[in-house]
Ligand binder design. Structure first.
Ligand code: PRP
Ligand code: URA
Length: 209
């Protein structure tokens, strides 16, 4: 499908398998999510524009490439999106951060907002929205609508696992937003969980169930 990038890098796939395992500890789950965050950050920033600037090495002056334009904004969807953040900030330490607090109502599966804080100039920056799980896509579409209301126009979405239903909905509602994911799983179950999936990402990250 156009606009969807499935990251097949062996390190990503290996770590994802470890995360899916039901017996993985909270600590192990969180650490793996952080490591995969770093690897996915590498992929989602692969085509960032560069500009040549003049620098001086110990030997001579030279023209050398640097990232062009304004700094990135990383926008984790709380809670589980925070699991990606530290890994991404390791690679891009100067990025700004927008926090988007949403939870999925367990009965209706509608996303309910409880927090939003973003850099004032988000409209001028590339925004990378992140959440490990793209299930119904209710959370992702609500988060992207929210940052678009604030003027953001250059947006990418990164997740660990996606359901085909969520990919289709996000592409239909926000065709300008491309998706990076480590896997597109089989389907959603009757409770809106991704199958085979990895369960509830937030609960597994924080040991809340
Ligand atoms: C999970 C997950 C996503 C959302 C995905 O969050 O982290 O944000 O569900 O589902 P969707 O695509 O159907 O919207 P949850 O609402 O459980 O909140 P939490 O991260 O605070 O646990
Ligand atoms: N949210 C999760 O954490 N896991 C799923 O499978 C679906 C939504």
């Amino acid at each position: 499908m156009g606009g969807v990038h499935v990251i097949e890098h062996p390190l990503v796939q290996h770590k994802l398998t470890l995360m899916r395992e039901v017996g993985r500890s909270t600590k192990g789950f969180r650490q793996l999510l952080n490591e995969i965050g770093m690897l996915l950050c590498y992929e989602v920033t692969r085509d960032l524009p560069l500009e040549q600037i003049e620098i001086e090495t110990p030997l001579t002056k030279m023209q050398a490439p640097m990232l062009a334009g304004k700094k990135l904004v990383f926008a984790p969807i709380l809670r589980a999106g925070v699991g990606f953040l530290d890994g991404m900030l390791e690679l891009v330490p100067s990025a700004r951060v927008a926090h988007i607090g949403l939870y999925r109502d367990p009965k209706t599966l509608v996303a309910v907002e409880y927090y939003f804080k973003a850099p004032h100039d988000i409209a001028e920056r590339l925004v990378i929205v992140m959440d490990p799980m793209l299930a119904t896509a209710n959370s992702a579409t609500a988060a992207i609508e929210r940052i678009k209301e604030r003027g953001a126009r250059d947006i990418r979405f990164v997740c660990l696992l996606a359901a085909p239903e969520g990919v289709a909905k996000l592409r239909a509602e926000h065709p300008d937003v491309e998706i990076w994911t480590a896997s597109i799983d089989s389907h959603l179950n009757d409770h809106g969980y991704i199958v085979p999936g990895l369960g509830d990402a937030g609960d597994r990250m924080y040991g809340t169930k």
